[in-house]
Write a new protein. Structure first.
Length: 264
């Protein structure tokens, strides 16, 4: 029996990319899954591809619409008994210069990437406390550690995510509830294709850097290792992860490199 066998795991952003890869990996380890995303047809496709579809439940939601989340969480706790692990993976990126991006797009990115995960976490947390334990995972980004061209609102939302979930982890110390921040770099997913441009339309292109990124399956495997170990934070990626350390220890070098690296 593996670490995740029998655990109830809720994954947002589970219709593609890292979330889909996590669903397959956790299903293979015997977890009971709740999968969320906006596209219910894609969630159904993911469920059908899991080894035991009967152990996979669908909870479609839009992270920008948070009003019904407490009732949705209560429904699944009543049905499944508990939520052991919440993986806040759902999110949306950006491909637009700050000066050209409408405020509506800035707000949309903050709602999806920050307020949505925070609202779902606040809805789940009382049930974890009542159960005496749990694990909250926040999938951020290395751009939660530094700014980057064409990512102003995305980076801002991820910085906010870091502030909230790091604070939450410190507050929950000693309660049996762990918090893990995951910071992926370039992972081979559809995130650049769905990223918002200045007027809110999808970017619609696979960025060259994204295409050469780490496979989502490898990222998911590394994430699950970090969850098993209860790590408070982990950076996952390839050479781009070095930018995190340049920003911390040689900020002048980071700025020189960030200005020269293609934003794509």
């Amino acid at each position: 029996m593996g670490y995740f066998d029998g655990q109830v795991v809720w994954i947002t952003g589970a219709s593609s990319g890292i979330g889909e890869a996590l669903a397959y990996a956790l299903a293979a380890e015997g977890a009971v899954l709740i999968l969320s995303a906006r596209r219910e047809d894609q969630l159904a496709r993911v469920r059908a591809a899991c080894p035991v579809p009967e152990r996979v439940h669908l909870a479609p939601l839009d992270l920008a619409e948070t009003g019904d989340l407490p009732a949705l969480v209560a429904k699944w706790v009543a049905q499944l008994g508990r939520i052991d692990i919440l993986i806040n993976n759902g999110g949306m990126s950006q491909r637009a210069y700050a000066a050209e991006t409408s405020l509506a797009v800035d707000r949309r990115l903050m709602e999806v990437n920050y307020f949505g995960p925070v609202a779902l976490t606040k809805a789940v947390l009382p049930h974890m406390r009542q159960a005496g334990g749990g694990h909250i995972v926040a999938v951020s980004s290395i751009t939660g550690k530094f700014g980057f061209p064409l990512r102003s609102a995305y980076a801002a939302a991820k910085h906010a995510m870091h502030g909230f979930f790091e604070s939450l982890g410190l507050e929950l110390h000693g309660e049996g509830i762990r918090v893990t921040l995951v910071n992926p770099g370039r992972i081979r997913t559809e995130i650049s294709q769905h990223a918002l441009t200045a007027d809110g339309r999808p970017h619609g292109e696979m960025d060259p850097g994204q295409a050469q990124g780490m496979p989502a399956e490898v990222c998911a495997r590394k994430m699950l290792q970090a969850i098993r170990k209860g790590r408070p934070e982990v950076n996952i990626g390839r050479a781009e992860i070095l930018m995190v350390y340049f920003k911390r220890y040689a900020p002048w070098l980071f700025r020189r490199m960030a200005r020269r690296v293609s934003p794509q």
